[in-house]
Design a protein around this ligand. Structure first.
Ligand SMILES: [Zn+2]
Length: 270
């Protein structure tokens, strides 16, 4: 009887541990390593988004055929998209997190099948700048695209989301002046993002671009700043870039005589 009295709490603890392990598994970056290089796939260019092309042209059912991990936005610029483990999340400007329906459409997203074989622990507290310096040290090339998945504990993550727009659309740098900013304190979650080379500035955001999602899936958004406590970084080099240009994009895109200025991209996406 005495043994049984001991066994019960032990088995409960074990069951709880397994549940927590399963939660952590689902929350993080880990996927079986395929040994193959993945492609980065995206619909539309960052220049098209900066120009105010917010009409969704690609359903999420189609995006899922090209990746299970990534970031982007929604039809009418209705919030920030974070894709992790094949689930596509929508963080709306009220800060709520929704699971995106397959029939919803995106005007701009970047995805890949994230299968990283290498993990690097981050044991010291890091600012966003420190983290980017650490990631710089992991990249073996300044000419290719890299996907990064960073799971960890954060003292602070400053995220933003953007409000749904109505046509005629304004340029993104104008819209982001009305973004809602959330300061998340003491949260555990995952940074999902990419590093793009300067040479692809008109295709996607050069440098680092991260979206964040908490482990409990209650908050997230486009990352503006952070303070990390500790965590694990996983990286995947992407040797192929696939770019899909929707048939309706030119018709819905406001006529612009000049390409977006460099400062415009920084104010909208950095
Ligand atoms: Zn973003």
């Amino acid at each position: 009887m005495r043994m049984k009295a001991w066994l019960r709490p032990v088995s409960l603890t074990a069951a709880l541990g397994l549940t927590l392990a399963a939660l952590v598994w689902n929350a993080g970056c880990t996927q079986p390593y395929s040994g193959k290089s993945s492609a980065e796939f995206q619909n539309a260019t960052i220049d098209a988004l900066l120009d105010g092309n917010y009409d969704g042209d690609m359903p999420f059912s189609e995006l899922k055929r090209h990746g299970d991990f990534g970031l982007g936005t929604f039809d009418h610029l209705d919030g920030e998209m974070v894709a992790l483990h094949g689930t596509f999340y929508q963080v709306t400007s009220d800060g709520h997190v929704h699971v995106a329906d397959d029939a919803m459409k995106s005007p701009f997203s970047a995805v890949t099948f994230f299968r990283s074989g290498t993990a690097r622990p981050l044991t010291a507290a890091a600012t966003y700048h420190d983290l980017q310096t650490a990631l710089d040290g992991m990249r073996q090339s300044d000419g290719r695209v890299f996907a990064f998945c960073v799971e960890g504990r954060f003292a602070h993550v400053r995220v933003r989301s953007v409000p749904r727009q109505k046509p005629p659309y304004r340029r993104l740098a104008e819209v982001t002046k009305e973004q809602t900013v959330f300061d998340l304190k003491d949260v555990s979650g995952t940074l999902v993002g990419f590093w793009f080379p300067e040479s692809l500035r008109h295709v996607n955001v050069p440098g680092y671009h991260f979206h964040f999602l908490t482990n409990d899936r209650t908050a997230g958004g486009h990352v503006l700043d952070l303070k990390m406590i500790d965590g694990t970084v996983r990286m995947q080099e992407l040797k192929v870039v696939k770019l899909a240009l929707g048939p309706h994009a030119p018709a819905t895109r406001p006529a612009q005589e000049t390409p977006p200025a460099a400062g415009e991209l920084d104010s909208a996406e950095k």
